[in-house]
Design a protein around this ligand. Structure first.
Ligand code: NOJ
Ligand code: CA
Length: 669
């Protein structure tokens, strides 16, 4: 056979009828979404994304640029294509749903560049979106990999409304902008867009492992390109002989509820890597925390030191009486007076007025768990030196949870979201697992679904949380209506809702400690909305943020007391980004509903047809009243009971930045 015939035969074998050696198509399992890849005459790779009705992305570039000669930018050709599919359910260790469907069609495309180097592109198309990633396999001629640019583009075919925070290499603690997509100069992910066609699209990444975090930059009207967080020398990603990028993800849904109900991010992560997970357990918690943010207690020792033995006992007592599993203490360890300096924090030695052993004993006697706290100030190098000892101290004392913090610059010009820190955050997760510790990370790397693989990675901050209400102009009413459709699409959030003293009426003298504090801080919601946020902002470690003195004698705290820490099923009942959100979560035969609104008062009807038709239920309703007012009477709440069943339509009335929390219990008598 001559060479020509072999080539023809090969291409017949490799490409189906509709495919050529320069273009490929992949359909979603339901056939409604199509991904197309093509190479142009210069061997540059592009993809596009469309639904039956609409173009979502027009031609968008793929490729990575290395500092070495062997570039994966031009001169690419398709060598081989493998097609797979998957349709399986899996069971997470915890989460808002007890079963997750993983159903996709896959394309693995092997490319070669002009120098015959190999690059594989993996593409998975689900009914609710797309994931694709790059793989540089081990090969002759590549001994080290330095990525200087990722060419990946997301070129929206039309404009739309975008909800985004600015690209930032160190922080996600910013307010959301609601703008035209074309007006977004750059963004952290997730960024969510309602396109003019009506489709909801959210761009993010899944399984961010040993790579730099991705931000987006606008390259012209509605065109965006990946912009990776660099190392101090400007290189974006460094690897030895091979590399596997995170998945670039595009959620694509017909409504906003679809985004929340999507499991795309988790589905693009590896199955559980831990040999046993019995020690992992969702919990509710309170802690010595808000007092410091309010400026009425301190992390450092002194007359108003928060983490004292006596104060801890008070919190432990409250937890044990009110069905709260765990108590956090911040400012328990020496070093807070050195915050801002290298090697500031000693994660082993308690302050003299915090009797660690006595507190451990006391908590045990009350059947309450303790949550350790490791603030690093950003000094990850020093933390890596002390981590094993610090984790061992917690483990031998029966402590199962640790909250970490990185409030401060990362040494040596590194960024919080660069590859070095991605490696560090993962090292903490893996080391914590060795000591059977669950994690709550503040100032973290963004959530990209790795909890599927490491279910001890429970929750994280990575957003403007409650703390900002303590010492700044606070989070505006719409913030909570954007979070579920942006930040929370990555995974659980430790927002820490539940501040009851909304206007800080019980705060007498306080010391201003934060430069953002203009003396006008408050929580910009009603009390009912605070309760609802415990349901709306899912976290397997869910905090009630206020001082326990503000919960004493408050009937509304019953909602938190009865709320489970984990759920079996969740249903979005109402969703419009930035406006309104209502979600119901089931544990056993009881349901917990949270409904929230932005700065506008709103009335909605909740269809309870999700209830079991054979059962009767009693709803306990925590609602704004006629007199509840965001400006001067935010804490007024009405608690009432009502018989409900599967035919009930529940009328929910919410004041400006108000909400409603509802517990629906099966009625068995
Ligand atoms: C910032 C964290 O978000 C907050 O929860 C914590 O109290 C402070 N850093 C101090 O660690
Ligand atoms: Ca923070």
């Amino acid at each position: 056979m001559n060479r020509m015939i072999i080539v023809v035969l090969l291409s017949v074998l490799l490409f189906s009828a509709c495919e050529t050696s320069k273009s490929l198509e992949l359909l979603s399992p339901n056939g409604e979404i199509a991904f197309n890849l093509k190479l142009n005459e210069n061997g540059q790779a592009f993809y596009k994304l469309q639904t039956n009705q609409n173009q979502i992305f027009s031609d968008s570039r793929l490729g990575i640029e290395l500092s070495e000669d062997s570039l994966f930018t031009d001169g690419l050709r398709i060598l081989n294509v493998v097609r797979n599919e998957k349709n399986e359910n899996w069971k997470p260790v915890w989460g808002p749903n007890e079963r997750i469907l993983e159903k996709y069609n896959e394309l693995i495309i092997s490319l070669k560049n002009h120098a015959n180097n190999d690059l594989n592109v993996h593409v998975r198309l689900f009914d609710d979106g797309l994931g694709f990633r790059y793989e540089i396999p081990k090969q002759n001629g590549i001994d080290s990999i330095n990525i200087t640019d990722e060419l990946t583009e997301f070129n929206f075919a039309q404009n739309g409304t975008a909800w985004s925070i600015p690209a930032n290499f160190d922080s996600y603690e910013m307010l959301y902008r609601t703008t035209k997509l074309s007006e977004v100069p750059d963004a952290n992910t997730p960024i969510t867009v309602k396109m003019e066609s009506g489709y909801y699209v959210s761009i993010h990444e899944a399984n961010l492992t040993n790579y730099a975090g991705m931000t987006l930059k606008n390259t012209g009207t509605t065109n965006f390109q990946a912009n990776l967080v660099p190392w101090p020398d400007g290189v974006k990603v460094k690897a030895k002989k091979s590399l596997l990028s995170p998945w670039r993800t595009v959620m694509l849904c017909k409504n906003a509820a679809g985004l929340v109900e999507s499991n795309l991010i988790q589905n693009l992560n590896e199955p559980c890597a831990l040999p046993n997970t019995e020690w992992i357990e969702p919990m509710k918690y309170i802690g010595i925390w808000w007092g410091m943010h309010l400026g009425v207690e301190t992390w450092t020792p002194g007359p108003i030191h928060g983490a004292t033995t006596a104060n801890m006992k008070k919190y432990i007592d409250f937890a044990s009486k009110n069905n709260v599993q765990a108590v956090l203490a911040e400012g328990w360890n020496t070093g807070w007076e050195n915050w801002g300096n290298p090697k500031a924090f000693d994660q082993i030695t308690p302050y003299p007025d915090f009797d660690f052993d006595e507190i451990v004993k006391y908590a045990k006697s009350k059947d309450v768990e303790l949550i350790g706290h490791h603030e690093t100030g950003g000094d990850y190098i020093f933390y890596e030196e002390s981590m094993d000892d610090a984790f061992m101290k917690l483990h031998v004392n029966g402590i199962r949870v640790v909250k970490t913090g990185y409030a401060g610059p990362i040494p040596n010009g590194q960024f919080h979201h660069g590859q070095k820190m991605v490696q560090h955050y993962r090292k903490v997760v893996e080391t914590a697992a060795k000591y059977q510790l669950m994690l709550d990370a503040h100032e973290p790397i963004k959530a990209t679904g790795i909890s599927r693989t490491y279910p001890n990675m429970m929750t994280r901050e990575g957003a403007r949380g409650m703390e900002w209400n303590g010492w700044s102009e606070g989070n505006p009413p719409e913030h909570h209506l954007i979070l579920p459709f942006t930040r929370c699409l990555g995974g659980p959030i430790d927002y820490t809702p539940g501040t009851f003293d909304i206007l800080y009426k019980n705060r007498k003298e306080y010391t201003k400690w934060n430069s953002n504090d203009k003396g006008n801080s408050r929580v910009n919601t009603t009390l009912a909305k605070q309760l609802a946020l415990w349901v709306c902002l899912y976290s397997p470690l869910q905090m009630a943020s206020d001082l326990v003195s503000n919960y004493e004698g408050q009937p509304a705290f019953q909602f938190f007391e009865n709320l489970p820490a984990d759920f079996e099923e969740s249903k979005v009942l109402e969703a419009e980004i930035g406006d309104v959100y209502a979600v119901a979560r089931r544990k056993g035969s009881n349901w917990y509903v949270g409904a929230i609104t932005d700065e506008n008062a709103r009335e909605i009807d909740l269809d309870l047809s999700f209830l079991d038709a054979d059962k009767k239920y009693v709803a306990t309703i925590y609602a704004d009243t006629e007199n509840t007012s965001l400006s001067d009477n935010p804490t007024e709440i009405k608690i009432s009971k009502k018989a409900v069943d599967t035919r009930t339509s529940l009328h929910v009335k919410m004041q400006n930045s108000g909400g409603q929390a509802i517990e629906i219990r099966e009625f068995k008598k």
